[in-house]
Design a protein around this ligand. Structure first.
Ligand SMILES: Cc1ncc(C[n+]2csc(CCOP(=O)(O)OP(=O)(O)O)c2C)c(N)n1
Length: 668
């Protein structure tokens, strides 16, 4: 410890507290309890240990601070304002208001200095683990100076959520000693005391995960907090978990009770709390000069630390490659197309081959699978596993932890790497909260979901996705791409890597699919989301498919031709990309005057009306699948070219009678 803690530190802590109280009162909503209890640990960390430069929030060498208990965000906003980030006091006064930089929970990319979007409890723990992996990885690949440390403030709610167990277990296994959790152990959640539902020994749980554990008995004891944080940072070979015993709502009349957790407590309590903390109740958003000066020291120390870091990293042998990673730029990709005379190939297998080709081309690529590596085809030859003592490895063994994997991947992406993370499509349900946050935070994670339909076969309805495509398509800001063959898979990977500011989900088949001849079909147009694969310029009927079902549409076209019906096959691997195209292009692909349309996709029908229109038919699946060989499951559930052709003829007949939309039956 350099300088003893003094009255200014105490005043600074109470400034954090009163800013939170005033902001919550002004907004008439929010969560004052956590800031009041946890302000001392945050103060010690931010003034003595956190390496950051408020003038440059994106300095790659900075330490990361994740407020996993995002509801306590006024604590973070106060720290960001006071230490000199571009967050004026007026923004604190506009806490939770339309258009402010201080939303109700922290949003990465919205507020300078916010590292992770948190609020859904538990997510921040996984993000922090992902960041710690990134820090270890960069240090091992490029030299110590390229790494960084990660601190997370976590609450009871964070630790109750399963995702924290998944992520923390992996962090312990990986011995991430650049990671420190500060646990706000205040024994209170919304319903009351943690005795109601959360009584395990948290420190013992973390010790069992392989973490170094420490306890601070009094969350207001600055020396004890300082010593614990210093020990956590210095401790080698394990992440550190510090239980800090705090009092929720410290200083307020509701201190120590669940009443202090949230909500404005009214002007009287506001005044009383401020008085108890030694502040004038009639001064609002008051920041004493000496407090301001103390926090603003971060600007000077931060600038010096960043300058030193720049000198050190410039001397690293692979400084140029590190610079490329930090720039976020992706090089021009060289990917060999698949030949038309190639044997049928599952798109998951094609994806594996693409990863094999790009692994050495994209320095920021890192990835893995939730224990399905041989099925997801995600490990490129030559990549080592990321393991303790082998942190330069780029292949991540996430274990059977889909949710943890996904929250961790968000942390990797937030650290400037380009992660991919894989599992069976159906297990998106185990990962969804983090996938949603990748979209909300605009993190360019590449989600790889294989075994994309009932076509996966024998594993049966427990493993066969139905509603997952609709779920993802309904999620804003994520690009969903379901390629029809190996060459469309290349297009999908190109799209995913080019999207540097949003996630992409590649939806891949387990079963082998014919490889379309790139000499014959305009397969690169798949990157536009939808295109005419083949067919007549002036068709009677349009057949639209995605993924494996595109091949059914192609076969159906042959059947229709034999019956004297002209048709066009449109492959529509990505609704989102197609919607981004100019209307003229979309009208070329799906001419408005052709009302006779049939879509075919082995998934929930929801939403397809937008492409087939009122007179079209949607061939899909609004029931669960069944255990059988994939070809049998598809056939029994109505996915045959004969069915597609029949529906097309029916639609043609019906389209001459304007009788409203009709949905195809799910089963034949
Ligand atoms: C996934 C999720 N479930 C529920 C909530 C609603 N919620 C907000 S805070 C909270 C619990 C608060 O307890 P704790 O985490 O200990 O925070 P503290 O009361 O100490 O501020 C809950 C259930 C949430 N934010 N995220």
């Amino acid at each position: 410890m350099s300088r003893p803690y003094d009255d200014t530190d105490q005043l600074a802590i109470n400034t954090l507290r009163t800013l939170a109280v005033d902001a919550v009162e002004q907004a008439k909503s929010g969560h004052p309890g956590l800031p009041l209890g946890a302000a001392p640990m945050a103060h010690v960390l931010w003034t003595r240990y956190l390496r950051h430069n408020p003038a440059n929030p994106s300095w790659p060498g900075r330490d990361r601070f994740v407020l996993s208990a995002g509801h306590g965000c006024m604590l973070l906003y106060a720290l960001l304002h006071l230490t000199g980030y571009d967050l004026p006091l007026d923004e604190l006064k506009r806490f939770r208001q339309w258009g402010s930089l201080t939303p109700g929970h922290p949003e990465r990319g919205h507020t300078p200095g916010v590292e992770a979007t948190t609020g859904p409890l538990g997510q921040g723990t996984g993000n922090a683990v992902g960041m710690a992996i990134a820090g270890k990885h960069l240090a091992a690949r490029f030299g110590e100076a390229a790494g960084f440390r990660v601190f997370a403030l976590v609450s009871d709610g964070d630790l109750m959520e399963g995702v924290s167990g998944e992520a923390s277990s992996l962090a312990g296994h990986l011995a991430l000693d650049n990671l420190v959790f500060l646990y706000d152990d205040n024994h209170v959640t919304i319903d009351g005391d943690t005795q109601l539902a959360f009584t395990e020994d948290r420190a013992a749980r973390y010790a069992a995960y392989g973490w170094h554990t420490l306890t601070v008995e009094d969350g207001n004891d600055l020396d004890a907090l300082d010593a614990a944080i210093a020990e956590g940072i210095a401790h080698d070979g394990q992440p550190t978990f510090i239980s800090v015993k705090t009092i929720i709502g410290y200083g307020s009349v509701d201190a120590g009770t669940s009443r202090a957790h949230s909500d404005a407590r009214g002007p009287e309590q506001q005044a009383e709390t401020k008085r108890a903390l030694g502040f004038d109740p009639d001064k609002f958003f008051f920041i004493p000069d000496q407090v301001s000066a103390r926090y603003r020291e971060a600007l000077e120390t931060g600038a010096a630390e960043e300058a030193e870091w720049r000198r050190e990293t410039a001397r690293l042998p692979l400084a140029a490659e590190l610079g490329r990673i930090e720039s976020g730029d992706i090089p021009e990709l060289v990917i060999e197309p698949f030949d038309g005379d190639e044997k049928p190939m599952a798109t998951r297998a094609a994806s594996g081959k693409v990863i094999g080709q790009i692994a050495s081309q994209v320095p920021q690529l890192i990835g893995g699978s939730a224990d399905l590596t041989p099925s997801n085809n995600t490990k490129p030859e030559g990549w080592e596993d990321f393991q303790p003592g082998a942190y330069a490895g780029r292949y991540l063994r996430f274990g059977v932890r889909e949710h943890g994997m996904s929250a961790i991947s968000n942390g990797l992406a937030a650290s400037g790497l380009r992660p991919y993370a894989a599992t069976f499509f159906n297990f998106l349900d185990y990962a969804k909260p983090a996938v949603r946050l990748s979209a909300l935070s605009r993190l360019p994670v590449i989600w790889i979901y294989t075994h994309d339909s009932i076509g996966l076969g024998e594993d049966g309805p427990t493993h066969q996705p139905i509603e997952q495509l609709a779920t993802l398509r309904a999620t804003p800001d994520i690009c969903v791409f379901r390629p029809a063959d190996a060459n469309e898979t290349i297009a999908g990977w190109r799209v995913a890597l080019a999207r540097g500011d949003a996630p992409t989900a590649l939806i891949l088949s387990r079963q082998a699919l014919p490889v379309l001849d790139p000499e014959r079909y305009p397969l690169a147009d798949a990157a536009r989301g939808g295109y005419v694969l083949e067919g007549d310029p002036d068709p009677d009927v349009i057949l639209i498919g995605t993924g494996a079902e595109v091949h059914l549409a192609m076969e159906a076209r042959g059947l229709l031709r034999d019956r004297g019906v002209s048709s066009r096959v449109v492959s529509l691997p990505s609704w989102e990309l197609f919607e981004e195209q100019p209307v003229s292009y979309r009208n070329d692909v799906l001419p408005p005057e052709v009302a006779a349309r049939v879509s075919v996709e082995a998934a929930a029908t929801l939403g397809w009306e937008r492409y087939v229109g009122l007179h079209g038919r949607v061939i899909g699946l609004d029931r669960f699948g069944a255990s059988a060989p994939g070809t049998a499951a598809l056939e029994h559930l109505g996915f045959t070219s004969g069915r597609v052709a029949d529906e097309a003829e029916r639609v043609l007949q019906a389209s001459s009678i304007p009788s409203g939309g009709q949905r195809g039956e799910s089963e034949s």
